[in-house]
Design a protein around this ligand. Sequence first.
Ligand code: GLU
Length: 416
Amino acid sequence: MEQELNPWRASEARFDIAADHLGLDEGLRKILRTSSKEITVHIPVQLDDGRLEVFTGYRVLHSGARGPGKGGIRFAPDVTLDEVRALAAAMTWKCAVVNLPFGGAKGGVICNPHLLSLGELERITRRYTAEILPFLGPERDVPAPDMNTNEQTMAWIMDTYSMHVGCTVTAVVTGKPLDLGGSRGRSEATGRGCMIVTQEALQLLGLKQEGARVVVQGFGNVGGTAAKLMAQAGFKVISIIEIDGAVYNPNGLDVEALWKHRAETGSITNFPGGENIDPGEAMCLECEVFVPAARENVITSMNAAGIRARIICEGANGPTTPAADEILQDKDIFVIPDILANAGGVTVSYFEWVQDRQGFFWNEDMINQRLKEVMVENFRRVVDCAKKYKVDNRIAANILALDRVAFAIKLRGIYA
Ligand code: GLU
């Protein structure tokens, strides 16, 4: 089981299959199996009580072949260099599968943000930024929010970078507050992207959107937004699953009311508009669409056989293990793989970077329209690739991404 749950192994296995299909030579495989830069910093920070603590942070650039590094920074007590490496590589594939001119990067700081004050978080963020500063920049590496980091964190990074270089450089990070060069539509972008590719999948399978039953795992930025937008678009959201329980209503949940209920009570359970249900059972409800948008490794060899969805749209990174993938394929479940399904966030990050560099900002309709174009076009490319190579959608997405990155490396050649 431990093997099955190792994200680095899972992505390597998928990379190898895609590389075999493309007949990629060993040299290119070697380049793409290793990260191009790995920075580790140990940062002293004064805590509110006057004590000094040393925190460890990482920033990994997996590949800069197609452009500046792009990817989030996470704050968590269990961050490891291995995890950041795997996530940086995933960003390379994610950016490439939607054809953004970015490479892949990721960062992390080992800390427990729930035990730190705002002031302590600010000092950690600024010192971490100062330490990795030579490697950042709109043309070098452009961080974004990830687990436990947000708009405020990005504002601090932008300010620290700007103080060092002597002028305001908004394009050094994305996911900023709107008033500091952020983009309209960025916070909803990942959930919106999930909905767009789900709509494409329904159409492809000849299924109706109106009344299509949806189960969403995770009621945060991704799952919560996907549920809200899908309900607005006429889908029937029959169940929402959270860490402390799940709610179910076969006639469809009022997602906005559930949102309010959670804000008031701190939990989605005991919602008057639905009944409590066991989270494991909710995952196996019969539905048209299941959106795992909470965390990694939730669909495994232990529960995949019980899933009764026609489509799985992976809002989270790495929700399905390779062993589970085989089971889902046998059951003919249409999987929209994470690197495509949740690429809406980084796509609008790209729009934010473009707007910052132009100093010209687009309205929300334009953002959402362009997001749709990117998601739809590359969804279709992945489906075509799956047909061409006779593989599942996940391997197809990997093939498409790998082909684009390998082509860039070949065109550029090796500098010696
Ligand atoms: N952290 C997000 C992801 O994993 C967004 C990255 C970005 O916008 O650069 O896709």
